[in-house]
Design a protein around this ligand. Structure first.
Ligand code: HEM
Length: 466
């Protein structure tokens, strides 16, 4: 398939990434005699290794890549080459604890360069900490109370418009529109469908182009959000918008702990980051939840019972926070889905200094990776790990690092409560209106790099009225 010269070039490119004597080796380390690097495959010609990682994802078992190498090399840490970078993979609960506990000390968050191009938000140091504290004021549970009713209204409207009266819906593409529309409305009060679908198309370009992002992409996405921001500034000035209306108003009118207001550029970057981080992850979680409920009718029945009770006891036409709090069984089922198929398969860090871990030297500048799936499928932590066991409470064990769909430590997902409320609201509206089953029962679902059901998971719908 490849010409010989091209193959040679690719081969050399990968191999030199993995050569421990190559230029990527940090100067601090070369000064030290015989560092004991983690065992792994960095010395091998890496074409197979580099392709094996996404391949395991396409096949719907991204954790297999990690677990096989834990068995082969060391169950605590091993090295490999991913995205053309020397990479140490930190495994299991001890690995998570180390990375989550050493943020901004030994390690910092790292994203591949294409992601950095789009999301230029400063992710390390004091400014980043202060920004995160500010955002947490918006995203903490009490503050989210006031968004519950709006989320429910948007969800009801979405189902009225796109689901009612239809026999079949392709779930995954449909949820793209819905989750992005909800995020745009809640965070920026944008309800113009053209703007939302432009953004949806742009984010798709981004996801598909993580390796080869078109040059114009960051500018186009940036311009979209910029015009929304400029309109809002004017509306605030003319008192047609309020400071607590949404995230955009909040960012335009709030100062951080040092009394500093964010620049327009910073605000646009944050909005882009939140819109992006928030919608595809939630879409994946909802997709899998609908699939598992179709596969496990007894769980679906229990869920229906819980939601019938909520529907009967709610005081308004819209769900309030206290209604969502009653959905305890559903919350537990969502937790199981996030354990079995976490929307994010892992995340990256970078070593800030040379340090020792599990007796090995991790060189400054190396990229590090932690994986959700390999821990969530660890049979020691979860006996019979593939089983969807509705009676087991996920994440309740003695080890807080055994259940990490939202990460942990200072970089833990900012939107985890928002996502939970959103998923439960969608679930409530689905089970109180429809019964459904999968049009293609054994449809393959992989990660590419986000969740990708091959046919978009079409659902057959039957109306259901309480
Ligand atoms: C089921 C849905 C979601 C899942 C599974 C998820 C998962 C994660 C994970 C694993 C991380 C940590 C990455 C790391 O360690 O570097 C993360 C970070 C983040 N998430 Fe989520 N997320 C979800 C929904 C959301 C939503 C709804 C929002 C926003 C509205 C959001 C915003 C963020 C942001 C801003 C970060 C970066 C935090 C930081 O670096 O300090 N996420 N998410």
């Amino acid at each position: 398939m490849f010409g010989k010269a091209l193959l040679h070039k690719i081969w050399r490119g990968f191999a030199s990434c993995g050569d421990r004597e190559a230029s990527s080796r940090p100067a601090t380390l070369s000064a030290r005699a015989n560092p004991r690097l983690p065992p792994g495959s960095l010395r091998w010609p890496l074409i197979s290794e580099t392709l094996e990682f996404p391949r395991a994802g396409w096949l719907g078992e991204p954790e297999r890549f990690i677990r096989e190498r834990m068995d082969r090399h060391d169950a605590r840490v091993f090295d490999t080459s991913l995205l053309g970078e020397p990479m140490a993979v930190f495994c299991g609960t001890v690995g998570h604890k180390f990375l989550f506990g050493n943020e901004n000390k030994a390690v910092k968050v790292w994203w591949p360069s294409t992601v950095q191009k789009l999301f230029r938000v400063n992710t390390a140091g004091e400014d980043a900490k202060s920004l995160k504290r500010m955002l947490m004021n918006f995203f903490h549970l009490e503050a989210l109370k006031r968004y519950t009713e709006r989320m429910d209204m948007i969800t009801q409207h979405h189902l009225d418009t796109h689901w009612e009266g239809r026999d079949e819906v392709r779930l995954y593409p449909m949820l793209k529109v819905y989750t992005l529309e909800l995020a745009c409305r809640i965070f920026t009060s944008t309800d113009d469908p053209t703007r939302v679908s432009n953004l949806a198309a742009l984010f798709d370009v981004f996801i598909n182009g993580v390796v080869n992002l078109p040059i114009s992409f960051p500018g186009t996405a940036f311009r979209q959000i910029r015009s929304i921001t400029m309109e809002r500034k004017l509306a605030l000035w003319e008192e047609k918008a309020t400071p607590d209306q949404d995230l955009l108003s909040f960012l335009l009118t709030s100062a951080d702990a040092n009394g500093r207001f964010l620049s327009e550029m910073e605000i646009i970057d944050i909005i882009l980051l939140i819109l992006f981080a928030g919608h595809d992850t939630t879409r994946s979680a909802i997709t899998l939840l609908m699939k598992y409920l179709s596969d496990y009718p007894e769980v679906y029945e229990n869920i229906c019972k819980e939601h019938e009770d909520v529907a009967k006891s709610k005081e308004l036409a819209w769900l309030q926070r206290k209604d969502v709090q009653k959905m305890r069984y559903s919350m537990n089922v969502v937790a199981k889905v996030l354990r079995l198929m976490p929307p994010l398969t892992g995340a990256f860090r970078e070593a800030l200094v040379d340090f020792t871990y599990a007796g090995y030297t991790i060189p400054k500048g190396w990229k590090l990776y932690w994986s959700t799936g390999s821990t969530h499928k660890d049979p020691v932590l979860y006996p019979n790990p593939e089983k969807f066991d509705a009676s087991r409470f996920e994440g309740s064990g003695s080890n807080p690092f055994s259940y990490v769909p939202f990460g942990g430590g200072p970089r833990m997902c900012l939107g985890h409560e928002f996502a939970r409320i959103h998923i439960l609201i969608f679930l409530h509206n689905m089970v109180t209106r429809f019964k459904w089953n999968l049009a293609i029962p054994d449809e393959a679902i992989g990660y590419d790099p986000i969740l990708s059901p091959q046919q978009g998971l079409p659902l057959r719908l039957l109306p259901r009225r309480l």
